[in-house]
Design a protein around this ligand. Structure first.
Ligand code: PPS
Length: 573
């Protein structure tokens, strides 16, 4: 007897709306001298989803009324469910040149004009309110909150967008399917019920087992639908992940499962984001959506407290499933049982059985130290891909970032360490000393907060590129602000490099006494304004990897201590 199909949604029919204009209109718009804005990678990911219909019913970036309504009620003013802000943030100076009614040409980071925004309003959001509503916290340690407070421009421009052409990608084009293309694919394949799996991580055996099992239980085909938009800083890069997904795909029975990529920008907003992901997947034409424990969430804060209860995302998504228009499939936790040599769900474990799990942290540790990745955990070909992108630390590029007062000894230490590493290692060593950077990269900059931040951003950019290419960058700026040091770390780590922060904590009195360049004397005499430590702030690093006070420490001794630290961290052997 044929099994009775279980209840639930089937794939939606028809084509979702896209927001592109006719060719003649495109020529007309491109012929006009419009003000322009170069999109950030996040904005460009959001815009792509808007244009392709992934964010339907949105037809543009949220206006203030829509934004407030989404924050307060998780709904658009017309009552339609929408849980996360999709906004275009602009710097104050840019916003001042614009007004409601104006049109703004939106360019991709690479320069191609993608769309025109018809500005309906420009507004200044209350970011603390937004953080509270979206992330459930104002803790600046939360990566979403941090991005909102530190890396989001202060003015939002709302209004309809009119697409000129789809954004172009050169990577994995055969896997980047728009909502229309994906729906067509399902139609061609005759897939009636499709279960989508969202992820921003590589897939291992547990994921394969659980997705396959879930699809079988709801009698659906499976769509692996990982996001390749901006994700959480520190995540595995999408090139590596996609190679892992392609390899995972071979472990499903043929013709049951398909892989497609979505350029979705992750927020790490937990429950609201689970619903957002489901709404977007519905636009992509699926009928079922998997939601696990801690979906799209940052599990805990620095003190180990969860930002949301672990099942909050599942509960919210389940409670809104009818309205979203698809079946939410709660995801079970799969564990490996040694005695049976297979994966089962946690409740299926029998008393006395040995359960194996391996956390992301443990996996990263094993990769960093070049240790074995057990075969019960992942397939050998996936372990291989991960090893390629995250070689053991002693083969990887890294950055040593010295920070401290002028005259603290940063340059001396960076120079001495550089010599030590050149003598003892194989990796190329580059020195980005404060003064040299100011001469070659930042000669036009002064010492205002904005200029100092920009200076550090430039240093971090170059250092990240050096580390990405496998080299060692030694940076020695004052870097007085904690946020820009943190940003530097994120830039380097997101490029796959290691980041070691050393606070050269020589006291101000000692630096002033040394006064090699005579700058302290000039600052004390009021001839030099805004000098760090005298009349300009220095925020003491809270958690540096190493603290060195050079008052009574010879450079050789300091280098020895740094080398020990680098060894302990695994960067040198
Ligand atoms: S920052 O804040 O990180 O951008 O500063 P940095 O680029 O490291 O500064 C490089 C050198 O500039 C000299 N200098 C000053 N320092 C601090 N404040 C003021 N106003 C200033 N004006 C000039 C100073 O000698 C710094 O060099 P170091 O190598 O730290 O002694």
């Amino acid at each position: 007897m044929a099994p009775t199909p279980s209840p639930g949604f089937v794939v939606p029919q028809g084509e979702p709306p896209t927001l592109y204009v006719e060719e003649s209109e495109r020529h007309r718009l491109e012929g006009e001298p419009l003000p322009e804005w170069v999109l950030t990678p996040r904005q460009s990911a959001d815009l792509e989803l808007l244009l392709e219909g992934g964010f339907a019913p949105l037809e543009g970036f949220l206006t203030e009324a829509e934004y407030v309504s989404v924050l307060e009620r998780m709904r658009l003013p017309n009552g339609r469910l929408w849980t996360l802000p999709v906004v275009l943030d602009l710097p104050e100076a840019r916003a001042r040149e614009l007004a409601p009614g104006a049109r703004l040409l939106l360019r991709e980071p690479e320069g191609m004009a993608i769309a025109v925004l018809e500005i309906a309003d420009l507004y200044r959001p209350d970011r603390r309110e937004e953080a509270r509503a979206v992330y459930g916290t104002v803790d600046p340690d939360h990566p979403g909150v941090h991005r909102l407070f530190e890396a989001t421009h202060p003015v939002y421009a709302g209004g309809r967008v009119r697409g000129l052409r789809p954004p172009h990608h050169y990577d994995f084009r055969h896997l980047r399917l728009s909502p229309r293309e994906l729906r067509r694919r399902f139609r061609d394949l005759g897939w009636q019920r499709v279960l989508a799996f969202q992820t921003r991580n590589p897939m291992h055996r547990a994921h394969v087992e659980l997705t396959f099992r879930a699809a079988r239980e709801v009698e659906a085909n499976l769509l692996l639908h990982p996001t390749v938009g901006p994700t959480r800083p520190g995540d595995v890069d999408h090139y590596t992940r996609v190679r892992c997904y392609e390899r995972a795909l071979h472990h499903y029975p043929e013709a049951t499962t398909m892989l497609a990529l979505i350029p979705l920008a992750m927020r790490m907003a937990g429950p609201r984001e689970a619903v957002h992901h489901a709404l977007v997947r519905r636009n992509y034409g699926v009928s079922h959506f998997l939601v696990g424990r801690d979906h799209a969430a940052v599990t805990q804060d620095r003190a180990g407290r969860p930002y949301h209860p672990p099942y909050a995302a599942q509960e919210l998504a389940l409670s809104l499933a009818e309205e979203i228009g698809l079946t939410i499939v709660p995801m079970a936790e799969m564990v490996y049982v040694t005695e049976r040599a297979e994966y089962v769900t946690r409740p299926e474990v029998r008393p006395g059985e040995t359960v194996l799990t391996l956390s992301g942290t443990e996996l990263r540790r094993r990769l960093d130290e070049g240790l074995e990745i057990p075969a019960w955990f992942t397939y050998p070909e996936i372990a291989e891909e991960l090893r390629r992108s995250r070689p053991p630390r002693h083969e990887r590029g890294f950055v040593v970032f010295f920070t401290g007062f002028s005259g603290a000894g940063k340059s001396t230490l960076a120079h001495a360490l550089g010599e030590h590493l050149r003598v003892n290692g194989r990796r190329a060593v580059s020195l980005l000393d404060g003064d040299l950077v100011r001469q070659h990269l930042s000669s036009e900059l002064g010492f205002s907060r904005a200029h100092r931040d920009l200076n550090i951003r430039r240093i971090a950019y170059v250092a990240a590129e050096i580390a990405r290419a496998g080299g060692i960058a030694l940076c020695a700026p004052i870097a007085p602000y904690a946020t820009s040091r943190r940003e530097a770390r994120e830039m380097v780590e997101s490029g796959g490099g290691g980041f070691v922060e050393i606070h050269v904590a020589t006291p101000l009195e000692v630096c002033e006494q040394r006064d090699r360049k005579g700058l302290y004397a000039r600052a004390r005499a009021g001839l030099l304004k805004g000098f760090t430590g005298i009349d300009d702030p220095y925020e003491i690093p809270e958690r540096p990897d190493l603290v060195l006070d050079t008052t009574a420490l010879r450079p050789e001794e300091a280098v020895h201590r740094i080398a020990l630290k680098l060894e302990a961290l695994g960067y040198i052997r």
